[in-house]
Design a protein around this ligand. Structure first.
Ligand code: AMP
Length: 397
């Protein structure tokens, strides 16, 4: 990919696709991590006298025009505060008024467009919308790694309309995640959790080619346990994936990968925060119970294996960490990864694992926290990301 820091941006109008899909509550940004993640690119452009036009999607509006609930106005306020300078906010996306706002920008000034998904054409990867957006600028930068797995107009079609470059966050994400695949320092330990095996099957397959240890937690582990003949009671599992789970266990054995499954689980009679809990060894599970976290013996086993790692990739919680009674497995893993600090490369991929780290106050102790859950998984699976492929295609233009 061509990187934005390899081109002269002075005086140019630069249209930057950022990922400002931040959580909002009653019109207030609850977490500004994604806004801050875009600052290296924004500040680089400002310092080099570009006129900066930012665009992003936010939430899931209907695509039929302005909806107050999904407006970018609160994001503009937060960004203005962070930059210490008023960001111009355009409450519209694609008409002549926005063009004149873009034209009036001074060097170093920042304009934030309204939510791209107010226009249904964004998700349709419409070349018509891409052309309208392209009229606002001289150059295009994609810094929205979190949206790189979407073939949308502001991510993909736009690259056919303007000279296109990768932003600094985009490059950092891709280089860091690719280095896990290319030359990980060993032992390389991967930890996968979350609710469904079906969502993670491709990444499990891809990681088995590269890791030394793969540990599985979350509801996912019950499909593996059930496939091996264990009683799993009322635990969540996917019957259609038992066969595949057995193939994965076989593949791990053939490749000499140590695949760890829980030794014990914390279970409850029903899914509730205040349900009574009991620890079961996996060969003693009660058929009326539901496993909602890995148990203490498993936490110790997993933490010990993480402690030996030189490279760690973690995606997905070990249990229902949103409930205090079922957070201990995820917390043990988070602490073990965090305690590696400078002794290993630790990478955590988006979504729930990041929320978990944050709730335990451990986010700062991780070498790299990806801003893209879906995109980071797709990259590690080896599935091409439309946003990245589009940037690569522009190199040869
Ligand atoms: P995912 O979106 O697939 O990464 O899954 C994350 C969700 O899985 C979280 O909301 C967890 O609460 C949930 N989860 C993890 N372990 C379990 C479990 N044993 N039973 C039910 N849900 C779980």
């Amino acid at each position: 990919m061509n990187s934005i820091d390899a081109v002269d941006v002075g005086g140019k109008r630069v249209l930057v696709r950022v990922d400002f899909n931040v959580p909002l509550s009653e019109g207030t940004v609850c977490d500004d991590t994604r806004i801050r993640a875009a600052l290296p690119t924004i500040n680089y452009l400002r310092k080099n006298d570009a006129k900066v036009i930012l665009m992003s999607h936010l939430g899931r509006p209907k695509g039929v025009g302005f909806e107050d609930e999904y407006s970018m106005a609160p994001v503009a306020r937060v960004l203005s505060r962070i930059l210490g300078e008023e960001v111009v906010y355009s409450p519209i996306v694609d008409n002549a008024e926005v063009r004149s706002m873009a034209d009036q920008l001074k060097e170093g000034q920042v304009l934030l467009l309204e939510n791209l998904r107010f226009d249904v054409r964004e998700k349709e990867n419409s070349s018509e919308l891409a052309e309208e957006l392209a009229q606002l600028a001289d150059l295009y930068v994609n810094d929205a790694f979190g949206a790189a797995h979407r073939a949308h107009a502001s991510v993909e079609a736009i690259t056919r309309c303007l000279p296109s470059y990768a932003g600094l966050l985009m490059s950092l994400e891709i280089n860091t995640l690719s280095s896990l695949l290319d030359a990980p320092e060993r032992p390389f330990v991967a930890i996968l959790g979350g609710s469904k095996v079906s969502d993670k099957i491709k990444i499990i397959d891809a990681l088995l080619e590269r890791v030394d240890v793969l540990m599985i937690g979350g509801a996912m582990c019950f499909t593996f346990l059930k496939a091996q003949g264990y009683e799993i009671g009322k635990s969540l599992y996917e019957s259609d994936w038992e066969e595949k789970a057995l193939q994965i266990l076989q593949k791990a054995q053939e490749r000499g990968v140590q695949l760890l499954l829980p030794l014990d689980v914390i279970a409850a009679p029903h899914f509730a925060e205040d349900a009574p809990t009991r620890i079961y060894s996996i060969d003693e599970m009660d058929s009326t119970m539901m496993g909602l976290d890995i148990g203490p013996a498993s936490s110790t086993l997993y933490a010990r294996a993480i402690g030996t790692a030189k490279t760690v990739f973690w995606n997905g919680p070990m249990g229902v960490f949103e409930f205090k009674a079922f957070e201990s497995g995820t917390k043990a893993v988070a602490k073990a990864v965090a305690s590696l600090q400078h002794n290993a490369t630790t990478v955590v991929g988006g979504g729930d694992s990041v929320s978990a780290l944050r709730s335990f106050g451990l986010e700062d102790k991780i070498a790299f926290v990806s801003t893209g859950g879906g995109a980071s998984m797709q990259l590690l699976e080896g599935t091409p990301l439309p946003g990245v492929e589009a940037l690569k295609a522009r190199i040869n233009d």
